[in-house]
Design a protein around this ligand. Sequence first.
Ligand SMILES: Nc1nc2c(ncn2[C@@H]2O[C@@H]3COP(=O)(O)O[C@H]3[C@H]2O)c(=O)[nH]1
Ligand SMILES: [Zn+2]
Length: 873
Amino acid sequence: MVLDEHQIEAWLDDHPDFTFDYFLRKATQSMINTWLADRVIRIAADERKISDAFTTGDDRPPSSASEASAGRKTPIRKISHEDINPNYLPLKPMVSTNEQGSLSFYAPENQSPPTPRRNNNLGRKLKARRISHWHNPPQIKNGTDVEVEEGDGNSTAVIDERDMIMELVMDIAMDLDVTSVSHRILQNVSILLEADRCSLFLVREKAGEKFLVSRLFDVNKESTLEDNVVKQNEIRIKFGQGIAGLVALTGNTLNIPDAYKDKRFNQNVDQKTGYKTKCILCMPIKDQGKRIVGVAQVINKNQGVFTLKDEKIFASYLGFCGIAIHNAQIFEKIQLENRRNEILLDLARCLFEEQSSLSIVMETILTHSTSLLSCERASVLLADPAHPENLFKKTFEHVSDQVALESKLENLQNGNSNKRKVPFNIAITSFVQQTGQIVNVRDAEKETKFQFVEDEELGFTTRSLLCIPIRDSLRQVLGVIQLVNKMPKAGPYFTQSDVQILEAFAIFCGLGISNTRMYEETARLAAKQQVILEVLSYHAVAPPTESLQLTQSEIPSAKSFDLLSYGFDDSLLSDYDTMRATVRMFIDMNIPEKFHINIGTLSRWVASVKRNYRPVRYHNWRHAFNVCQSAFCMIKIGGLLNVFNDYEQLALLISCLSHDLDHRGTNNAFQAKIEHPLARLYSTSTMEHHHYNQCLMLLQSDGCEILSHLSSTEYARVIKLVQHAIISTDLAVYFKNRTAFFNIVKSGARDWANNEIQRDVLRGMVMTATDVSAITKPWLIELKVAEQVAEEFFEQGDIEKNKLMQEPIDMMNRKLKHKLPNMQVGFIDSICLPLYEALSKTSKGLKPMLDGCLDNRRHWKEMSQKNEAGTSM
Ligand SMILES: Nc1nc2c(ncn2[C@@H]2O[C@@H]3COP(=O)(O)O[C@H]3[C@H]2O)c(=O)[nH]1
Ligand SMILES: [Zn+2]
């Protein structure tokens, strides 16, 4: 009969005793290692399950049918919150002081981290058995079971070696503390081998040299971990020295029946302790990579010497030590990494919270360095990039709180001034600055390469020093960070771990310096810009004398200026009169009265607006003034007075007058072509954004604040309307919005009075209608304006052709000047007529604009036809 896997597994699940025995007999070391490696990852999440299983009182794996069947369909494991529960990883304190007192990322060795432990009574049972076993020596039975006479001498208990192994397997999986696991292993070994003492040495490495350090000593049947763990005066054994050193060096087992007859035996330890070593069994402990990580010894067998069988048992148990050490090493590495990350994150948080000032950033770094690396003084010396010959430009110093306090007390007593400072140590700091190398002086007294400053002068003695470079992102050395005098309680000098932490700090230092420099540079530029703006704004505003005249003279009526006519001709007015006419329009709209605008302020603002138009062919003050007059007409006689509220009327007038402020005679496409900064600032409606900004600048300039009597809400409301109106003068915006307008007009669903959105659209359309209103004027005015527009276009075209080496569009091509009438017809048909038609449907009062436009179309058409006839003749 051939059984399939499922049947076999089901049978094994239903016969746990057999399965357990089978595992113990057949499981290989590599199977156990693989199982353990898998377990180590799962420790935290599985702890509860295991402890539950064992607190049922059964030391064996679950045997009930339901539990057993679970094994067959072991669920796929998901990460649970317990896996990432910080309680399982003892991360705090982040940095601790080791036995030598030096700072370390590692947890203090005498204070093992709170690793997860199982909660079962197996350990207690075994301990009790072990002790009783020691008092009543066992007889080996069947090679694995050991019979023990219980205390009363009558009953026989069996030390089940399976229990011992089970316990070890659990310990290794649960306990990441090498010492406590190893202690248990050695106790088991001492029972099984009937040895008097056991000891454990771990391999350590310093400056490339390997040696052994005693970790557990004198382990026997009853000793506790606390008795055996070596905390102080650890014994150090060089590789190759004595029996343990030799085993560490060669990796071979040494079984010495009589130590005193063996030359390799080192009698010193016996002499020190008074113990007499007879026989020794010494074996290496290897990790999974077969590297020697420790050495274990058993000394003096109760009867006779250690046998080959003892060697086998010892070797199998030391395999567990190897796994435990390997697990612990991985755990320590993870811990170290976690702690390092936490420290760096903490520092990063501190640094990036405050970046505005270099001195604050330096203070943060130096305070962290002195406290975390336990040193008396720290300083940062920054290079002078502009003058490398000067070496250092700036220094930042920090003295630890303790030293500062001592110094204060001493100064009080001696009446001294505070002279204790951090020395420059120019020889070392400049060496580090120039070479980028790290200098770690462990003992200043013995230092021969570098000279130290007169300590007396500074009032203290330099004992140790660590100096490392600070680099920017391009690895250029920006300066150095120097720590002076490791605190005596923390160690004699700065360790490799200190160097690593300081290196990480230096990276942050570099970042902090770059960031603050950038921040300071930005702040400097912003200040510079503010000054420039202040100067420009001063010159942008018309001098009081100019506006005073305006204020003092009487302002003629709108009628006398012919302001209430669509056919208004600005050429009849002097520049001065255009300003007076503007003030008149504001007055006739009751704006000064409604918004409490002082006529003096209004006059100065008008004069300032005029001042900020450039003398270009078309987009000059006269154009702005005409646009404003058109709006005045559309509101006053066009019927829009009843449509727009006071704020809108005010905004429209301000916008019309300001809508082309600082125009340069070139269009948006041109700004993009020449990559003007304005095009970089605003990718669409480039110039319109600029006009709006100029408008805002003037409204906020001293003496021009016509909106100063508005509440902040009213002010915000008017400014928003102004912005919308000015941006609407971009023909691209007009094209985008006009369909909505035409639809409103066509549908008859217009409700200007109540519908804000419709009024927004209408205001935009009114802005375009005023902007191109020259097209509605009497023919001669239109002809003149069209020629100005064309001339400005041609001038842009000339620049494109001659300077940018680009062919201008037809409208801007001087060579095609003769096509102007034809192009004007096109302009009217595509842009103007549809707009004025829709507007005249909105309000009858606007119809004259449509009529004017149609009249001009006729003129242009005639001209164009004459041109064609002329050319065809
Ligand atoms: N072809 C043509 N374009 C005009 C005329 N009047 C105004 N424009 C364009 O219409 C634009 C309206 O916005 P701008 O004042 O910025 O610039 C204006 C010119 O580009 C005109 O008579 N003919
Ligand atoms: Zn314009």
